[in-house]
Design a protein around this ligand. Sequence first.
Ligand code: ADP
Ligand code: MG
Length: 336
Amino acid sequence: MKITDIGEFNLIKRIHKRLTVNTRSVILGIGDDTAIVRPQPGRLQLFTTDMMVEGIHFNVHWSKPDQIGWKALAINISDIAAMGGRPLYAVVSIGLPQDTDVKTVDAIISGIRKIARKYNVAVVGGDTVSSDHIVINVAMWGDVKRGYVLKRSNARVGDLLAVTGTYGDSAAGLELFQHKSPIIRSRYPKLIRKHCMPVPRVEEAGIIGRGKLASSMIDSSDGLALSVKFICEASRVGARIYSDRIPLSSSLKRAVSKGVLNDPLNLALYGGEDFELVFTVPKRKENIFKKIAKNINTQITVIGEIVPFNKGFSVVSMEGEIKTIKPRGYEHFRGR
Ligand code: ADP
Ligand code: MG
């Protein structure tokens, strides 16, 4: 069955049925001209949006429809988390080609539902239109307790530079899709999964935020190098990263040792979409930070430090060679 067989309004009914939630702060969800929500006093409201376009952000031959739905929400949740906030509500606008199967839409919605439930996000509205390609735009609200916002602009000289998780996995997954056979690809499910279904670091960001451990934070959507650069620019500081400290996953290391992929440092520094957290920790909080980091399930690694602005942004190699780097990553209208 194609979506043209059922039409826009039946499609919206289907979406409505699958996405209805019962959240106390939602006074009115899907179904009217707008949603109505009740903000919690004492908290600042966070707003963000991110769009995913077929052929640019995903490829329907690589990612399954439910993974596309999952990722559309995940990347927005990641932004809210990176501000130290909690995600609350989303509106989801979907563009679909006429010949799309209803099954495909159901799968997209089931991916959205799965992640929304996991992180207590209420989908309170959206829009459904026809389009040449599949497009999903999510706008998301979140909130954060006053005094607990984590911006990019507050890093200070001497702060430790820390990250969650491992780097380069999503870019490695993309490379496996682009250049490797399905058989080789099937040997690296974690890299594929990281690319298709990233997990936003909500719990980790919550612990960092509530513990007031960080002076600044960002999620690494455009790659590690650019994330650090954004913190540096906003805070008017420089940074030094020790390349041997950048955490790499065992899957990525295995792919490199088998000759399937090369230059892991390049993937880690410049490959985007890991959706990990990059943050700075004041030196005086080092001990408490290390203690708390041990209790977080996700790997937390100190990869460098913040230095004065005039020292620039550099990567120190294992041999101790200091290389000033020009941060680059994915930039629309430029390509890589
Ligand atoms: P309007 O004409 O007021 O834009 P629509 O017919 O587009 O209303 O949508 C009807 C209701 O369904 C609205 O509450 C809208 O927010 C919701 N809705 C439409 N598309 C989606 C979607 N893709 N996801 C969630 N809610 C949706
Ligand atoms: Mg509409």
